[in-house]
Ligand binder design. Structure first.
Ligand code: ADP
Length: 627
């Protein structure tokens, strides 16, 4: 018997499989079943045009059996089979379509990953077997052949007996090693669960001879074993079924089983499209954010099937980051099973599918917002942060997609509002969309800066998340209305008379404010009269793009580049403190210095900024109290 050598590349792949430390070795079965299914497809196709085949669709099957005594697992199909030349070419060399490009990919770590994502076909058998026998008889041929290999040493091909066309692959399962158990692949229930997991949707039956027990006839408590041939796979994937056949419950239980959630999804969509992108998809929005959702550990992605065969568990390219919460799967006939991850990223078809999926998700969310407000708010509480981050990231590239999905709390009512709703409530004379930021709604409500705006009857958006103000800044405006922080710049809410009055007063006290500014040195850019305070004495605002709140957020991040907002200390001219300051400016400048420090510190406290020297502050207040 002549032993033939594998082609160099095949040998490499084989070596990799034999020594694989890959943890999901179970996928060998997926690969072999998928090959069997392809082989059946070919013969089935022939049978449609050639009566000579003499087979109906129902006759085709893939049979899996395990035998513990001989330590073998056998995969039998009655598909097209292989000739001697085909055995030689197909199993002696990596298929031309091969999933691995060794030139760019000869580092083991990466390869191991590819095993998981795409599989590597027939050779994956060597992850669990130390000897593989393939008996095959090609349709239309009289002779059957047996291919056999124990690994890199090579393979043999000989004639053998086999009555019917098809292929029978026997895996001699490896012995257990110190750190690896292979026995599990001889267990019936284990094989069943692997079949269900990866090959449930193969369109031909995958059968096993399953052992059962039954009461022996005529006895009370005696049992006997019997064997029944059962179909393990459901054959029709739920996403290929008609929507009319399916109930909410079917979709929900599928979701929970498949994506390991205890709760029903808040929304699902069953998509069937044909055209530029042909695919079926099931998309789910979980009702709660997974515990690791807002961490680096979370992996986005949809399951990807090529014509019913799972080729990738989390295809990240199918989901934009801002919709990373979506779970589900995509099944397309346009994708090849043996596509590598690198190729997939550039796959035109995949890009079209991704675009179409993004559109679908957007539409579903918009519909939910319009028709199921309560549900949408629940969704938004879980994932709104991600949408806002999406507006901000990529330099605002996606803001138009997302802006109408955003919601904020506002002074209007204690509930979430969309920007569209805000604008529809805007008063005729209102120029800006006002917003205020702070740690909590309650804290914002207490902010002195909101006083005058509210008093004049304008609505304020309450921004409580770190990302909020950054997102708003990225949006710049909505429906031609500019966003305006109540804590920065000119709010433009005063009447012309009020403006005149303020201007005059500011001019009169110019020197005092300059003195106060000097006292605070570069802590503030300016001290000035406030137009936004009504009853409160003092507040901190900012000029320029960076707000006090944003400074706080950015500086809390672990970088060395600290930023600085152009802070402005504002004093209420109608508060009695103002007269006091004037008096001190005239008579006791040292005391004015102290008061200025105190007012500044107070304004920091109001903003929730921790002060540099609380002890000094406390002592100064005590001095005042005991004066
Ligand atoms: P791939 O399936 O990606 O082409 P494989 O290494 O899994 O790569 O298989 C190589 C080739 O061997 C297949 O393309 C097919 O032509 C042939 N083959 C594998 N298994 C079978 C089978 N059960 N019946 C018929 N042909 C098979």
């Amino acid at each position: 018997m002549e032993t033939k050598q594998f082609k160099a590349e095949s040998k490499k792949l084989l070596e990799m499989m034999i020594n694989s430390i890959y943890t999901h070795k179970e996928i060998f079965l997926r690969e072999l079943i998928s090959n069997a299914s392809d082989a059946i497809d070919k013969l089935y196709f022939k049978s449609l045009t050639d009566d000579g085949v003499g087979m109906n669709k129902d006759d085709f099957e893939i049979l899996i059996n395990a035998d513990k005594d001989s330590r073998t697992v056998t995969i039998t199909d009655n598909g097209i089979g292989m000739t001697k030349e085909e055995l030689e070419n197909n199993l002696g060399t990596i298929a031309k379509s091969g999933s691995l490009d060794f030139k760019s990919n000869n580092n083991l770590g990466e390869d191991v990953d590819i095993i998981g994502q795409f599989g590597v076909g027939f050779y994956s058998a060597f992850m669990v077997a130390d000897k593989v026998t393939v008996k095959s008889k090609a349709y239309g041929s009289d002779t059957a052949y047996e291919w056999q290999s124990e690994g890199v040493e090579g393979y043999t091909i000989d004639e053998c007996d086999k009555a019917k066309p098809g292929t029978e692959i026997t895996l001699h399962i490896k012995e257990n090693t110190e750190d690896e158990s292979y026995d599990e692949y001889l267990e019936q229930y284990r094989l069943q669960s692997i079949i269900k997991k990866y090959s449930d949707y193969i369109r031909f039956p995958v059968k096993m001879d399953v052992e059962h027990q039954r009461k022996k006839e005529g006895t009370e408590d005696e049992y006997e074993k019997f064997i029944e041939r059962e179909t393990i796979n459901s054959m029709i994937p739920i996403w290929k079924k008609n929507k009319s056949e399916l109930k909410d419950e079917d979709y929900n239980s599928f979701y929970k089983e498949k994506f390991y959630d205890y709760t029903d999804p808040i929304k699902y969509a069953h998509v069937k499209t044909e055209g530029t992108a042909t695919y079926n998809a099931l998309l789910y929005i979980p009702s709660k954010a997974p515990y690791d959702y807002y961490t680096r550990e979370y992996e986005k992605g949809l399951q990807l099937y090529a014509n019913g065969v799972l080729i990738m568990d989390k295809c990240a390219d199918l989901l934009p980051d801002y919709f990373s919460f979506v779970k589900g799967l995509v099944d397309s006939e346009d994708l090849s099973l043996n596509i590598s991850r690198e190729m997939l990223q550039h796959d035109r078809q995949l890009k079209l599918i991704a675009k179409s999926i993004e559109k679908t998700i957007k539409n579903e969310l918009s519909k939910m917002l319009k028709n199921e407000r309560e549900k949408y708010e629940e969704f938004y509480k879980a994932f709104g942060l991600q949408l806002k981050a999406g507006v901000y990231s990529s330099y605002g590239m996606n803001k138009d997609t997302l802006v109408d999905l955003l919601m904020f709390n506002s002074s209007n009512e204690d509930k979430l509002t969309t920007l569209d709703e805000y604008v529809s409530r805007m008063r005729e004379d209102q120029k800006y969309i006002y917003y205020a930021s702070g740690e909590s709604i309650q804290r914002i409500k207490n902010l002195p800066q909101t006083e005058m705006v509210l008093d004049k009857g304008y609505e304020i958006l309450y921004l409580t998340e770190n990302v909020d103000e950054f997102a708003i800044k990225m949006l710049m405006n909505y429906k031609e209305k500019q966003f305006m922080s109540v804590s920065s710049g000119d709010l433009d809410i005063d009447t012309p008379e009020e403006k005149e009055e303020i201007k005059a007063k500011a001019e009169e006290n110019k020197e005092m404010f300059a003195f106060m500014k000097e006292t605070l040195a570069d802590k503030v850019k300016e001290v000035r009269l406030s137009q936004r305070l009504k009853t409160h004495p003092v507040c901190l605002t900012s000029d320029g793009d960076l707000s006090v709140e944003m400074e706080k957020v950015l500086n809390s991040m672990p970088t060395d580049n600290k930023v600085k907002a152009e802070k402005v200390l504002e004093i209420n001219p109608d508060h009695s403190i103002f007269a006091k300051l004037q008096e001190l400016y005239a008579n006791d400048k040292d005391k004015l210095k102290k008061y200025t420090q105190l007012l500044y510190t107070q304004s920091l406290l109001i903003e929730g900024i921790s002060i540099e020297n609380p002890v000094e502050f406390s002592n100064m207040v005590c001095d005042l109290m005991t004066e």
